[in-house]
Design a binder for this molecule. Structure first.
Ligand code: SDX
Length: 430
């Protein structure tokens, strides 16, 4: 909806650009006529101030540190809801009633198994392959098996593909972990909830019963809620761009997994733990704070800063609470890494550099400490982030595909290369 306009005067021409308003957040300048009218592109490396779509799914207020899924504050969902219910909310726009929730959970649960031949892919990887490398491979390969849910023009096939992705990610993720250990894969157990099922597939062995710790299952479920969606972050934008070409949903999610892997994005939780281990002792924190501030040093304080949040990441606050609960449950409340993380957070938040640049702990700062306390290796942290974010990626993909204005994404550039020149034969070159 156009609320007003902005006037651009360039080389003697005047162009009135519509300003569009959303239901919350900044207005946007609609520049779609810019090139045809003034032969101009816009320039915004990293899309720091560029809206690439309209969306109704997630809203972030970076200044106030607010995060809403379909209008519900993340803190309320983390406290009162569960991951299956939040998944329904993200996919369908409203919280389910009892019947809707039971039907949704039942359907997702029954898609938890994977085709038996998918197990063969794992055998092709080295045992020490990073599990994210495995996930990129096997999730993309799902499109080789589920041909009845590849037609993205069919809403029912889109829905089935979404359920399959949501349901099979925990199974594939746990299989990647089991493969790294040389332990047998564990099939999903339909009598368990989503997060409990994942923990059982991760830690059960055939030779004894495995009872899921309800405190850990609840903590995992809350972590999945916190990571489920985050508007147009790098991996979600990747999924949308891949989907805009008409690629099948499994390929699009594999692209999202690849983008999430980077340490500047979803790979930060693993990088935080590696950083804390490298710092090793509270006495060395000043040395690393100094390095983080040094423009000539590539070191960054992992788990700090955010492209959008210039306030405390609301997810980090909830994660911090979960941290205490899990460490207490596991009897490691004085975990040296947590002690180190809390001291690092305290020092950083008092440092002028971090204050002036509005660098606060983000969602990745505490998650690694919780996962480690649960017995999950650092290499699996980003896999769990991908597991959680799959429902957000799928919801955003579904929204894009259903948008009648949707077209293939195709950014332009500011060309700085050599201007046109003619080919010269090799014997005439200097
Ligand atoms: C996620 O987009 C999302 O929504 C992502 C995510 C999601 O849910 O999908 O929230 C998940 O990816 C969280 C972020 C996880 N990454 C990390 O924790 C890695 C460490 N953080 C930094 O790499 C950085 O903060 C980014 C990548 C997160 C943001 O990078 P930006 O947008 O370039 O940061 P900025 O422009 O706000 O930086 C402002 C200044 C810069 O210095 P100057 O050029 O102004 O001198 O702060 C500096 C940056 O160099 N800075 C840091 C820093 N983060 C930014 N300096 C030291 N340590 C840091 N962590």
């Amino acid at each position: 909806m156009s609320s007003s306009s902005a006037q651009l005067i360039y080389q003697g021409k005047t162009l009135n650009l519509p300003v569009l308003s959303g239901s919350d957040g900044p207005d946007v300048l609609d520049i779609r006529e810019l090139y045809s009218s003034l032969n101009l592109f816009t320039y915004d490396p990293g899309f720091t101030v560029t809206a690439n779509c309209e969306s109704k799914i997630t809203f972030i207020d970076g200044e106030d540190g607010r995060l809403l899924y379909r209008g519900y504050p993340i803190q309320q969902l983390a406290e009162h809801s569960d991951f299956m219910e939040v998944s329904y909310l993200l996919l369908y726009g409203n919280l389910p009633n009892i019947t809707e929730k039971e039907k949704f959970v039942s359907c997702v649960t029954r898609h938890g198994m994977v085709h038996e031949q998918i197990r063969n892919f794992y055998g092709g990887f080295r045992r020490d392959a990073h599990p994210m490398a495995i996930m990129v491979g096997v999730v993309g390969a799902l499109s080789a098996f589920y041909h009845d849910s590849l037609d993205i023009k069919d809403p029912r096939q889109r829905e089935i593909a979404s359920y399959r992705l949501l349901a099979k990610m925990p199974t594939l993720a746990a299989m990647a972990y089991k493969y790294s250990l040389g332990q047998p894969f564990v099939y999903p157990q339909n009598s368990l909830g989503y997060s409990a099922n994942f923990l059982r597939m991760m830690f059960a062995v055939p030779c004894e019963d495995y009872i899921v710790n309800p405190v850990l299952a609840k903590a995992m479920d809350r972590i999945l809620i916190l990571h489920a969606d985050h508007e147009q972050n790098a991996s979600t934008a990747t999924v949308r761009l891949a989907g805009s070409s008409g690629a099948n949903p499994f390929a699009c999610i594999a692209a999202g997994i690849a983008a999430l892997w980077g340490p500047a994005h979803g790979g930060a939780n693993e990088a935080v733990l590696n950083m804390l281990s490298e710092i090793g002792d509270v006495s060395r924190i000043p040395e690393y704070i100094k390095r983080a501030k040094d423009k000539n040093d590539p070191f960054r304080l992992m788990g700090f800063g955010h492209r959008v949040y210039k306030n405390y990441d609301p997810r980090a606050a909830v994660m911090r609470e979960s941290c205490y609960e899990v460490l207490n449950e596991m009897g490691v409340k004085n975990d040296p890494l947590l002690v180190l993380a809390l001291e690092l957070e305290r020092i950083a938040l008092e440092d002028e550099y971090f204050i002036s640049k509005k660098l606060y702990p983000n969602v990745d700062f505490y998650s690694g400490i919780i996962f480690k306390a649960m017995g999950i290796p650092a290499s699996m942290f980003t896999v769990i982030f991908a597991l959680a974010r799959t429902v957000g990626w799928v919801a955003q993909w579904m929204e894009m595909i259903a948008d009648p204005l949707q077209k293939i994404g195709r950014p332009r550039q500011l060309y700085q290369g050599v201007v046109e020149r003619n080919y010269t034969e090799i014997n005439k070159r200097v």
